[in-house]
Design a protein around this ligand. Structure first.
Ligand SMILES: [Zn+2]
Length: 261
């Protein structure tokens, strides 16, 4: 029964790894989509910055146009003096004031233009940075996507290996024990077996197992289940017994001991 239990433990491990690897494979497309998120965010930012940069560029052009128009208006005003359109001193004073106001307005437009020129430069820089960030995100995404899609092959190989291992174990496990395992596997979400800790508690439900059952599980002569969670129990309290691989002579001694029992 000890061997049967060991095969069951190995089967559960294979089944759990199968489920985990299958889940990892299933999740690859959504992981690719998740890896695409930073790229999409960078593209959205780039588009926003680019649009803002274009708007500022248009504002600057409009301001330059307004400045040219103002220059024209001033020279038109100044022309009036040379054309002799101004007759009296009063008219002349009014004319000078008009020019002064027009020049003041030109000054304001020039000031605004300087601000806009700075803004255009800043936006251009920002747009270039956003574009570089997109390129970087594109490169990173391509790498991540390739790595994720490349892992499919390795996962397929792993899954095939685990399925082979599973088949080999199935052939060596008692059918009725296998049925119990399969039933528990469904109801316990893959964990049909549970180890007993050094302190004598079930590692799945954490409850204390009766000392008598613990002793039985250690002997492993018959299948024992947890009183609380009904999982098949195995002794996991003393790893020293499990870790070292028995050498040939020891195995022979063990087998001899088993037959005498
Ligand atoms: Zn339990």
């Amino acid at each position: 029964m000890k061997e049967q239990l060991e095969r069951l433990i190995a089967l559960q491990e294979a089944d759990l790894r199968l489920a985990e690897s299958a889940e990892r494979k299933r999740r690859i497309p959504e992981m690719v989509e998740a890896a695409r998120q930073p790229l999409q965010a960078a593209q959205t930012l780039r588009d926003t910055v680019k649009q803002a940069s274009e708007t500022t560029g248009k504002e600057r052009k409009a301001c330059e146009q307004a400045l040219a128009e103002q220059e024209q208006a001033i020279s038109k005003l100044q022309d009036r003096t040379t054309k002799g359109e101004i007759k009296t001193n009063r008219e002349y004073q009014a004319h000078l004031l008009e020019i002064e106001i027009a020049k003041k307005k030109r000054g304001e437009i020039e000031e605004q233009l300087l601000i806009l020129m700075d803004a255009v430069d800043a936006k251009k820089k920002e747009a270039a940075q956003a574009e570089a960030a997109v390129k970087e995100a594109e490169r990173k995404f391509a790498d991540e996507k390739a790595a994720l899609e490349g892992s499919v092959g390795a996962l397929d190989e792993e899954l095939a290996g685990l399925r082979r291992k599973r088949e080999a174990l199935l052939a060596e496990i008692d059918p009725s024990l296998l049925r119990t395992y399969e039933k528990l596997k469904i109801s316990k979400k893959g964990h049909a077996l549970a180890g007993i800790n050094k302190d004598g508690s079930c590692m799945a439900c954490r409850l204390q197992v009766q000392p008598q059952v613990v002793a039985e599980v250690k002997r492993a002569n018959a299948i024992q289940t947890c009183f609380e969670c009904h999982r098949i129990l195995y002794w996991a309290g003393d790893p020293v017994q499990i870790v070292p691989l028995p050498e040939k002579p020891v195995e022979e001694v063990e087998e001899a001991a088993e037959t005498t029992e």
